[in-house]
Design a binder for this molecule. Sequence first.
Ligand SMILES: Cc1cc2nc3c(=O)[nH]c(=O)nc-3n(C[C@H](O)[C@H](O)[C@H](O)COP(=O)(O)O)c2cc1C
Length: 379
Amino acid sequence: MTRPAADATRAERATGTPMVFSPLRLRDVEFKNRVWLAPMCQYSVEARDGVPTDWHLVHLGARAAGGFGLVLTEATAVVPEGRISPQDTGLWNETQQAAWARIVEFAHSQHTAIGVQLAHAGRKASTWAPALRRAGTIPAAEGGWRIVGPSPVALDGLDTPHEMTRDDIAGTVRGFAAAAARADRAGFDVIELHAAHGYLIHQFLSPLSNFRTDDYGGSFDNRIRLLVEIVDAVRTEWPGRKPLFVRFSASEWVEGGWTVEDTAELAARIQPLGVDLVDVSSGGVVAPGRITVGPGYQVPFARQVRGAAGIPTAAVGLITDPEQAEHILAEGSADAVLLARAALREPSWPLRAAHVLGIERDEAPYPTQYLKGAWRRHH
Ligand SMILES: Cc1cc2nc3c(=O)[nH]c(=O)nc-3n(C[C@H](O)[C@H](O)[C@H](O)COP(=O)(O)O)c2cc1C
């Protein structure tokens, strides 16, 4: 994406189509609209083998059929020890790749782009799935595994991670690259690197979790090194025609943490390395201070990063209403919006949004099978 993001917005706004339903092109991938499904862990892997199940097909498939322009998978581990819980998906072997390929094929049958969020949980790995209602790191005796992080410092309530060696770091970078190659073979259109919410990459970025004294810790340049290496390695495996996203936590909501200015600076540095869009979230590395949570509370971060770094952004966080989504895009705060919880309540949120925003029935993203359900203006 070479043209400045702001120009893209102006050009598309001139066509008269609501921004939510204006296509967006990044590299060779055209997203049919700008309302996208946010990554959401489903904790639904059955055999602790990282293989997505029918649940994932239905979860992502329903939202692909529901009109989202892009569906993102849950945080998908690049190595087994990078899973948040034993029920997480992975992309470190061929069996997982084949299972993802089936889901990708279904999304494509709906003309919906599909992306995989590649992740490593670091010191937040090996935890109980929320439904089990148990806190803490899973002990080895109960099926947990050795956890790692930038520094041997625990997040409250979790075990202390092992400080990663240079070999561990190199292995992690190779893990991301290998998963990127598999993501391509599975047919994914997008990779999103999970550098947010206090997981491994964020643990390296943040001065609140990275206390290393080698060249992966200390200065800004050192703390971003792991991500820069991962971006480089992923880009060698991920085709130039396919876009690469990174999700950041633009604020930690505590003094002395990673900031929105840091996020903008890093976004500007990685854009030339082949990052096409930054997905702007917040929080996760430590217990937050005071957060004022309300509709679109993270949108100003997306706006600031987009303005300062000139990189396309996606906004996320309490975006629930079609007019609100349209406003975020039209005011130039972001190039796309991501919905998480609203999409759990309403898998076909974009179909209703099309009606609310005055998209003609034939232009709305209905699957053929569902056309009889299309809203008519007088209903
Ligand atoms: C059930 C659930 C699982 C989530 N899992 C992930 C995840 O795997 N990766 C991630 O980056 N964010 C994850 N999130 C955060 C969402 O992507 C999103 O940023 C957050 O819920 C705020 O958006 P919302 O207000 O639309 O729900 C999850 C959120 C929920 C509700």
